[in-house]
Design a protein around this ligand. Sequence first.
Ligand code: KIV
Length: 263
Amino acid sequence: MRMTLHTLHRMAQEGGRIAMLTCYDASFAALLDEAGVDCLLIGDSLGMVLQGHDSTLPVTMRDVAYHTACVARGSKRAFIIADMPFGSFQVGPAATFHNAAELMAAGAQMVKVEGGQPMVETIEYLTDRGVPVCGHLGLTPQSVHQLGGYRVQARGESEAKWLLAEAKMLEKAGAGMIVLEAIPAALARDVTRSLEIPTIGIGAGVDCSGQVLVLYDMLDIYPGKKAKFVKNFMHSAGSVQGAVEAFVKEVKARTFPGPEHSF
Ligand code: KIV
């Protein structure tokens, strides 16, 4: 039976950890399902790891809808989240809803939008109309040019306070989950403790409700420079299946991420 947002909320409330990986095609979707991954994210990271761009900015609605349909066909169990690509959710409420609906029709159970306070209205609009939304705070790769590079966020006291405030705003607006990327582990722990909804960390320490990595990073397929928070799970595994199973096991046991993957 397929996981639901309700199942994931219950898992987090009971202290279990959510294992999420990015996924872009049917064969990997079946393998990740079999290995016990709870959530598959059709991330706009596909622009970098599949298409060879140097950022996620060129990814289109058509790209994400296509890969979402592939993943949905290949998986039976995992909860499916689709990224809303850059420019697809900054187009006014009705057009944003239309784009989100296209991803839901392709097989997503939730859409993800990057950003804090400016996303409050969008999240309210979508969730009021039956579209579950995952927020994304901290390092938001679609804003790479504004952030001045892929760097750790909210290291200072005032930025940390603001990120915590934004997380609460997103939850109040109706977000069902929040990804926290590249922020200090202590801040991610405080955010997680302050919210009812699950947080999913990537470079945010071990105290989030779950963890996500880009599949091609943890399998060491992507040729680009690896972030500190990436662990190469292929290193000690005999197979792709073994590497994914090790990721799930370490997330559930809270042994990944270690201090060496955290800020
Ligand atoms: O696009 C993506 O893969 C993501 C994850 C890094 C969270 O947003």
